[in-house]
Write a protein that binds this ligand. Sequence first.
Ligand SMILES: C[S@@+](CC[C@H](N)C(=O)[O-])C[C@H]1O[C@@H](n2cnc3c(N)ncnc32)[C@H](O)[C@@H]1O
Length: 393
Amino acid sequence: MILKFFLDVYRRLIHLEIMKIDDFKRRNKILQGDCIEILRAIPDQTFDMVFADPPYNLQLSGDLHRPNHTKVDGVTEEWDRFDGFQAYDTFTHSWLREVKRVLKPNGTLWVIGSYHNIFRVGAIVQDLEFWILNDVIWRKTNPMPNFNGTRFTNAHETLIWCSKSKESKPVFNYQAMKALNEGTQMRSDWVLPICGGTERIKKDGKKTHPTQKPEALLYRIILSATNPGDFILDPFFGTGTTGAVAKMLGRDWLGIEREHAYVEAANERINKIEVATTEKDVLITPTKKGAPRIAFGSLVEQGLLRAGDKLFDIRRRVTAKVNADGSIASRNIRGSIHQVGAKVQNTPACNGWTYWHYDSGGQTLPIDDLRERVRANMAESLLNSKRQSPTSH
Ligand SMILES: C[S@@+](CC[C@H](N)C(=O)[O-])C[C@H]1O[C@@H](n2cnc3c(N)ncnc32)[C@H](O)[C@@H]1O
């Protein structure tokens, strides 16, 4: 027993010695080995984001067959076997603790799982004092049916998105997500197909990996929570979906994977990807922070709203009247859209642009849409004036 312990320690030291500390500083590569051992050798605060798709601990026993007697490709691999819940929890606690250490203070973690493991993972995430920002449901458009007809079709997986701590200031590219969702705020239920077609990596007609994730899923995750040049870790790299999408989107990545066959498949996949662009204005969605300031009064001046028009909250329970001077009034309270919004809700602050709405032919729309229209007009007239006098500044 003692001899085995010392042999194990010796083997780890040799392993990490061979890998050399510098390997961890180099980006865009796969390190083959056990993620807990490798993570232990990575310096604190290295990564901007971690995406983890850990073993599910499916506890499958026996083969599953379709009604036509063909065998279903389940996850029966050795890497998904644990000696019960306690062993799985110990494993989960160890890798999550290391992940927390190697995240930068404002870094975030995404972890995906199914009902088999996500509740255990979620509890440990909270025990380690990560701060949960959202749970996202990935609803599969084409899930595998429940062949025996004994339960509901299991048609979703859950993602937990959390920051390193409650005090973190995580990246969230709100405008990029809104644009991706055709101008409407992105919700926490994502409807995407499972990985298939030419995207699915196969060798001699057989799937290389049983749980390869779709690139569309990683696309949304990486675009929402990182910026170009950020460094992303995936400690359960599999076929390298995270690395493939990170490369396409101009982010750096590091993958850890135990199985040699998956490392080979992932390297081959990522090497084949040709980066289409590194242009920042293609990869980054402009935010409102850099946009010109517009006063609510200019909407009235420009005739988008008129004195006497009614504004209301999204549920049309609270109303206010627009005044000629660009202030508004509700229940004898007069002031800016923000001041009146805060007072009627009895809150210390309010973003009047998103709180107040107007009627557009029976549709309830936020007045922020009108501000966007003013901004777009301004940008267009600026462009026109530049075209007309190319030498003027
Ligand atoms: C659910 S799969 C990830 C699939 C991956 N997201 C993809 O799109 O291909 C989990 C992966 O973690 C690997 N793995 C399991 N335990 C590991 C460990 N302790 N260290 C490193 N890799 C491990 C498995 O070999 C498997 O490829």
